[in-house]
Design a protein. Structure first.
Length: 306
């Protein structure tokens, strides 16, 4: 668990930006650089939370995910999404994995693969991606599982690839970051916003890197600033997301106070081994309420579950 550094003070130093955020005005790179330059976590949190409330009021969503490795199996439980992980070596293999997973969880939203891996597999040929996406959609896949925007070339190339995949019938719902030194996070956030502006395809952006540099690991302070900047800059992307298995309950809870409004990767099976309060559904709901928000369970399409 990464330690969040103590707050530097109690003076709200960014009140003018709060007024603009509340009014729904666009957030510029200059504004973001000003936020990143301050050591006042209180002010950053006020901005991030204001942007979150403007986007989704008090509601914070969470999704239960059943992860299926390659052509293996998983306990589906109460999953609202079934997610295939692994790197296929051919389109035929990818289609076989999708069909296998679809049989295990009929009627559940099925996602799979990294778009960067699919690009590598099909030689960065947009027309081949259209055909591959159509084949995967026909087999039962609804969306690629993740789009690691730090692995996808220029913004022009990224937009072209996303348009090709959506033309083939697949969703491109969730943007992720694989590796990101602190100094690159603002540029990647700009990239996420630009992609959504150009395609309208994005439903969630998870701005915290999945792999942290071992020599210069980020701090909790860095991470909550990243969440705030993502929520402020990507105002048209519905969900700013934190990965529960990767970052844990404490950072996820703090991230809500800095602008996150979705928690991904909740276990689909309600184990009571550690008592009812530690069952996955109850635990995430309790953490969200502790952050002064209201929990709402969603499915893999980011629709609220009844």
């Amino acid at each position: 668990m990464k330690e969040v550094q103590p707050m530097a003070g109690t003076t709200h130093t960014l009140e003018d930006l709060e007024t603009r955020v509340t009014a729904g005005e666009p957030f510029t790179r200059q504004d973001a650089e000003r936020v990143l330059a301050t050591t006042d976590l209180v002010s950053i949190g006020i901005l991030g939370e204001a942007a979150r409330r403007q986007r989704s009021a008090d509601r914070v969503t969470f999704g239960r995910v059943a992860v299926i490795p390659a052509d293996g199996s998983a306990e589906i439980g109460q999953a609202g999404e079934v997610r295939i992980v692994g790197v296929p070596t051919s389109l035929d293999e990818a289609v076989a994995w999708v069909r296998h997973a679809a049989k295990q969880a009929p009627g559940r939203p099925l996602t799979g693969f990294s778009l960067a891996d699919l690009m590598d597999l099909f030689g960065h040929d947009d027309r081949e991606l259209v055909k591959a996406a159509a084949s995967l959609r026909q087999a039962g896949l609804e969306s690629v599982a993740e789009v690691p925007i730090d692995r996808m070339g220029s913004i022009g190339q990224l937009i072209a690839v996303v348009k090709a995949v959506t033309e083939g019938g697949l969703g491109v719902w969730r943007l992720t970051v694989e590796r990101s030194p602190l100094e690159e996070r603002l540029s990647l956030t700009e990239r996420a916003a630009a992609l959504h502006d150009a395609t309208g395809a994005v439903r969630a952006f998870a701005p915290l890197p999945r792999l942290d540099p071992a020599n210069v690991p980020s701090t909790g302070y860095d991470d909550v600033r990243t969440i705030a900047i993502a929520r402020l800059f990507c105002r048209d992307i519905p969900f700013i997301q934190v990965d529960w298995p990767l970052y844990g309950p404490k950072l996820a809870q703090v991230a809500i106070a800095f602008g996150a409004n979705d928690i991904d990767g909740i276990a689909p099976v309600e184990s009571l081994a550690e008592g009812p309060r530690r069952a996955p559904g109850e635990e995430i709901a309790r953490q969200i309420r502790a952050a002064s928000a209201e929990p709402a369970e969603r499915n893999g399409r980011y629709e609220i579950r009844a």
